[in-house]
Design a binder for this molecule. Structure first.
Ligand code: ZN
Length: 251
């Protein structure tokens, strides 16, 4: 597939009116730029073609937006993916995807599911009259990954995981890690799969996954840190598990 990637904002316009997006615990356009690169790299390694829609120069925000759309339309991309982060009042949180066409909404659905599985609140698939959605000639989506001004959203934000969620939602697979170490996870007592090495009592309940004593096949022992194993399961989700409650045997 040919996928157009649009890292939102990142517009230092020659008319002096810059567009750097939303601000908070992080700067939106730093995040979209990093995320766009990660997504493109993963898609390319899965043999998809990517179009980087970010223009190198623009004289205005409007010109920048038109250039992005023109790049995608000219390249005849199959899908247009615009990357954004939200901001409101610090108290709003979660992920949402905008699409105008039914085809766009269908593309958005598995991506949003994957993002929500990372611990973000599902704000739904919405209609939104964004310029890039109205003027692209292929199914287009605009992802508001998370809120940059929300402490909780930014605490769990991980560019690599967000890129994986978007890529696997788009194309149904992820590149294999070159040096993955598949093996067996032997859980010795009822415990939690966690998004970090923090104690389970310090992690919101919805981010914890209970796991009962048994043997589980794992796709990769990604690493070990602070008394925890970091494992990747067959569904490509990554979790920490306290090494006092489990043993990992690499094949
Ligand atoms: Zn934005």
């Amino acid at each position: 597939m040919k996928i157009a990637i649009d890292p939102g904002h990142n517009c230092l316009c020659s008319n002096g009116k810059h567009d750097i997006g939303a601000s908070g615990y992080a700067q939106e356009d730093d995040l979209t730029l990093e995320l766009g690169k990660l997504i493109s790299k993963k898609l390319e390694s899965l043999k998809h073609t990517t179009i980087n829609c970010l223009p190198s120069t623009a004289y205005s925000v409007g010109h920048s937006l038109a250039s992005r759309v023109n790049k995608a339309n000219k390249a005849n991309a199959d899908i247009f993916v615009s990357l954004h982060f939200n901001a409101l009042n610090g108290r709003a949180y979660g992920s949402e995807i905008f699409a105008l066409s039914q085809a766009g909404a269908a593309i958005a659905k598995p991506i949003l599911q994957n993002i929500v599985a990372l611990g973000y609140t599902n704000r739904g698939i919405k209609q939104g009259g964004f310029y890039v959605l109205r003027h692209t000639s292929m199914p287009a989506i605009l992802i508001e990954c998370a809120f940059v001004d929300n402490k909780k959203d930014m605490a769990i934000y991980d560019a690599e995981k967000m890129a994986e969620a978007i890529v696997s939602g788009l194309v149904g697979e992820l590149p294999q890690t070159v040096d993955s170490k598949p093996g067996t996870l032997k859980v010795l007592q009822k415990t939690y799969l966690k998004p970090s090495t923090k104690q389970s009592s310090q992690i919101p309940n919805q981010q914890l996954r209970t796991i009962i004593p048994a043997e589980y096949a794992i796709a990769d022992l990604v690493g070990e840190e602070e008394g925890h194993y970091l494992i990747r399961m067959a569904d490509n989700s990554q979790h920490f598990i306290y090494s006092g409650h489990a043993v990992v045997e690499v094949n």
